[in-house]
Design a protein around this ligand. Structure first.
Ligand SMILES: C[S@@+](CC[C@H](N)C(=O)[O-])C[C@H]1O[C@@H](n2cnc3c(N)ncnc32)[C@H](O)[C@@H]1O
Length: 222
């Protein structure tokens, strides 16, 4: 995902996040980013490399510990999206990358993201497409995928699966449930994409382009 355009206007307005601030005659507000569900911290490290002060929260202790080990100067806290340990309007950019499908109380999480966002700030969300989470591949006898069967699209439900020996619960929700939650919190949609594999090559042999996979949205708090 290309984060370079995010918040550019705001960075520009205040003279950028780097040493240039000190020379700016504008009263400088620090540009602060928050990665909600940061996992082992890859986006926090990416943003830190771009000069953006970033905090990460995640409720999984081992992931927060790994993030701290990989980025000792970073700011990582054990916390949940539904109750963010930050004041109102305290961040200019909030990132949620593949976390909303993990969160049972998604409405509370989006309300919290909107609350900690400063007016003029940006919420950047990548999530698994709802048309994907409602379906499964149909395969022939040899295992070749024939097509994708979507069923019970409007039924919100937990999806239990095992991954690397861990039991995971994700949530299927129709796209409208997510969109209505953002809109109900006064956020304005400024970007929408269903990105193709960046390399042009599909590592799954076509599955990434045959069915809806990721949705990227950017929301503005006015
Ligand atoms: C698929 S991982 C993505 C991690 C990270 N954003 C990344 O892209 O590397 C989902 C993350 O959501 C976190 N998560 C699960 N429930 C959460 C909650 N209630 N609030 C915040 N994060 C949560 C998990 O611990 C996990 O780190």
């Amino acid at each position: 995902m290309d984060l370079r355009h995010v918040g550019r206007r705001r960075l520009g307005a205040y003279g950028g996040p780097g040493p240039g601030h000190a020379r700016s005659r504008q009263p400088r507000l620090a540009f602060l980013a928050l990665d909600v569900g940061c996992g082992e911290g890859r986006f926090c490290r990416l943003l830190a490399q771009a000069g953006v002060r970033t905090a990460g929260i995640d409720p999984t202790r081992t992931l927060v510990e790994t993030a701290r080990q990989r980025h000792p100067e970073g700011l990582y806290q054990l916390a949940s999206a539904e109750s963010l340990p930050f004041p109102d309007s305290s961040h200019d950019l909030v990132v949620s990358y593949l976390t909303l499908i993990d969160i049972e109380n998604m409405g509370a999480a989006i309300a919290e993201m909107a609350r900690v966002l400063a007016p003029g700030g940006t919420l950047l969300v990548a999530n698994l497409a709802s048309h994907n989470s409602a379906g499964r591949w149909l395969k022939d006898k040899s295992g070749k995928p024939l097509g994708y069967l979507i069923d019970r699209y409007l039924d919100e439900r937990p999806l239990r699966q095992a991954w690397a020996g861990i039991d995971i619960v994700n949530w299927h929700r129709p796209l409208s449930t997510y969109m209505q939650a953002f809109l109900a919190n006064g956020l304005r949609l400024t970007f929408f994409d269903e990105p193709k594999p960046a390399s042009g090559e599909d590592p799954t042999g076509g599955k990434f382009v045959r069915v809806p996979w990721f949705i990227v949205t950017e929301w503005q708090k006015d």
